[in-house]
Design a protein around this ligand. Structure first.
Ligand code: ADP
Ligand code: ZN
Length: 524
């Protein structure tokens, strides 16, 4: 087995990730202690890693039970892309494919084997499992979508009930049950039906309730804005910038303005960096200014504030970076500065990428950051939604919840907007829709014959700005979809049609001076 100095090093080695997400580390540790586990995490939270990493660190084969053939293929592909020995056995394979995969498994070339529950219980497979157990050993059984074992879940599958046989046949092999279903009833059922023995129960939420989130439009004199903000903060904090040059300059100016500050970035020597980090941890200095591109190994529990002077690369890193605040559970605040210039700067960087796939992902990530930054919804709701977790809002711990914007009924306008999307065949972006609504005489409109539509020029009573505010709000509220690959195109969804059929009304937060103004004139 490969040896790693830490679990983080193993994580980085196999998956390329810098950090564990909430809960993952503890789960991996317990898995390595061969404990039974029940893992409940929101969809998208990172459950797979909780059994995949232990599988790679333990001797023997981990058998993963997964109900959906399509998902199996995806997971195995992703693992193989990372150079990890993984395969699946299911009904889509020919006999000779099955044979060659079985051989690879018995040769010890495979660490993770995915199987469908019905196959697992066949006579042939049971014999094969016995062979594995003696020849390469079974490290663990991971039962994905474990709620399928429960009639109280939303997706009961009778085959799952037979999985208890695994426990009976291989009583010493630990079992990991994973699900996104969190009701007590289902949990108890899983434990009982699978015969888990005093399992470690991990219920992960991504909510950091002691953190206050806010977004400030970045002012022209942004350094002064930063200085003012830092002067109001108790305790120590981190300021993130995009470039090394910015880091050096801001650290220098803060220092000059009487705030003890050190810089931290990849351009410094290891010694200088370690020294600055130590000074920050020991509270010799109040502020550390760091590049967002450079993962900081700082574990300081009492960081009271994190300020993103520049836009983060994506919501995942925003969550990680802002999450360095308030590890001690005491109140902490996270502020993000938003400016059009920064958005343009990041877009420029994205345009320089040569790989179109990478570009596509980066654009989508940027759009998610923008949606967070200019959204009028509870910030927590937006962040947690990114991790697949539903959060009701009204948290009182974010700027949008503390100072809600006035709400107005814009149902009629939304109907006009959405019917224009429908009449242009859901093939255009927001600006074109607004041009049609406002009766623009642009060439493109005539070329498509959109000046002949019944929705042409029915929206002259509202400004471009107002239509944009509506459009963005519809997207944020999930009332219309915007495609995220290539040029963004608006698409109607179930809720859009409810609005058009007049069974759903539309309230929007009307923003006089809001962050959406910062990005005025910006059309991603
Ligand atoms: P789940 O099974 O809980 O729905 P997945 O295991 O499919 O979620 O993970 C969701 C996404 O999160 C995947 O794209 C995965 O690569 C990513 N992910 C998981 N753990 C981490 C991590 N520690 N850092 C960054 N990304 C992660
Ligand atoms: Zn909130």
């Amino acid at each position: 087995m490969p040896q790693f100095p830490s679990l983080e090093a193993a994580l980085k080695h196999f998956f390329g990730y810098e950090h564990f997400r909430p809960g993952q580390r503890k789960i991996v540790e317990e898995a390595l202690q061969n404990r039974d586990l029940l893992v409940i995490m929101p969809t998208g939270g990172g459950k797979s890693l909780c059994f995949q990493l232990p599988a790679l660190l333990k001797p023997g084969l981990t058998v993963v039970v997964s109900p959906l053939i399509a998902l199996m293929q995806d997971q195995v592909d992703a693992l193989q892309d990372n150079g990890i020995g993984a395969t699946f056995l299911n009904s889509t394979l020919t006999f000779s494919e099955v044979r060659s995969r079985e051989t690879a498994i018995l040769d010890g070339k495979i660490k993770l084997l995915y199987v469908a529950p019905e196959r697992l219980l066949s006579e042939r497979f049971r014999n094969f499992l016995d062979l594995i157990a003696t020849k390469v050993s079974i490290a663990a059984f991971a039962i994905d979508e474990a709620h399928c074992v429960s009639e109280w879940g939303h997706d009961f599958r009778p085959e799952y009930r037979q999985l208890i046989q695994l426990r009976q046949r291989y009583p010493h092999v630990p079992m990991f049950a994973l699900t996104a279903t969190a009701t007590k009833r289902v949990q108890e059922d899983i434990i009982q039906q699978l015969g888990l023995r005093q399992p470690g129960i991990h219920l992960a939420s991504f909510n950091r309730s002691n953190i206050y989130y806010e977004v400030q439009p970045k002012e022209r004199r942004s350094y002064n804005q930063l200085l003012k903000l830092i002067r109001t903060q108790q305790g120590s904090g981190i300021v993130y910038c995009l470039s090394r040059r910015n880091v050096d300059e801001i650290a220098f100016r803060l220092q000059k303005d009487g705030i003890s500050t050190v810089p931290y970035h990849a351009g410094m020597t290891d010694e200088a960096r370690t020294l600055n980090q130590t000074r920050f941890i020991r509270d010799d200095v109040k502020v550390i200014v760091a590049t967002i591109a450079f993962g900081m190994g700082i574990d300081k529990p009492d960081v009271r504030f994190v300020i993103h002077y520049d836009l983060p690369r994506n919501l995942e890193s925003y969550y990680q970076e802002s999450g360095r605040a308030g590890r001690d559970g005491e109140p902490a605040s996270c502020t993000l500065f938003l400016s059009l210039g920064d958005v343009k700067r990041i877009e420029y960087i994205i345009d320089q990428k040569s790989d179109p796939q990478e570009q596509r992902i980066a654009r989508q990530q940027l759009r998610q950051v923008i949606n967070y930054a200019e959204g009028t919804e509870c910030r927590r709701t937006i962040i947690l939604r990114y991790f697949g977790e539903r959060f009701p809002g009204n948290c009182s711990g974010c700027d949008n919840c503390r100072n809600p914007k006035p709400i107005e009924d814009w149902t009629i306008e939304a109907q006009k907007f959405l019917s224009c999307v429908a009449r242009t065949q859901e093939r255009f972006g927001m600006m074109h829709i607004i041009d049609v609504l406002r009766g623009s005489s642009k060439r493109k409109i005539e070329e498509y014959g959109h000046h002949l539509l019944s929705t042409y020029s029915i929206g002259k009573d509202k400004t471009v700005k107002e239509w944009k505010m509506l459009g963005r709000s519809l997207i944020h509220q999930g009332l219309v979809d915007e495609t995220t690959d290539g040029y963004p195109v608006l698409k109607l969804n179930r809720r859009s049609w409810e609005i058009l059929r007049k069974v759903r009304s539309v309230q929007i937060a009307v923003t006089a001076q809001s962050n959406s103004k910062v990005l005025e004139g910006y059309n991603p």
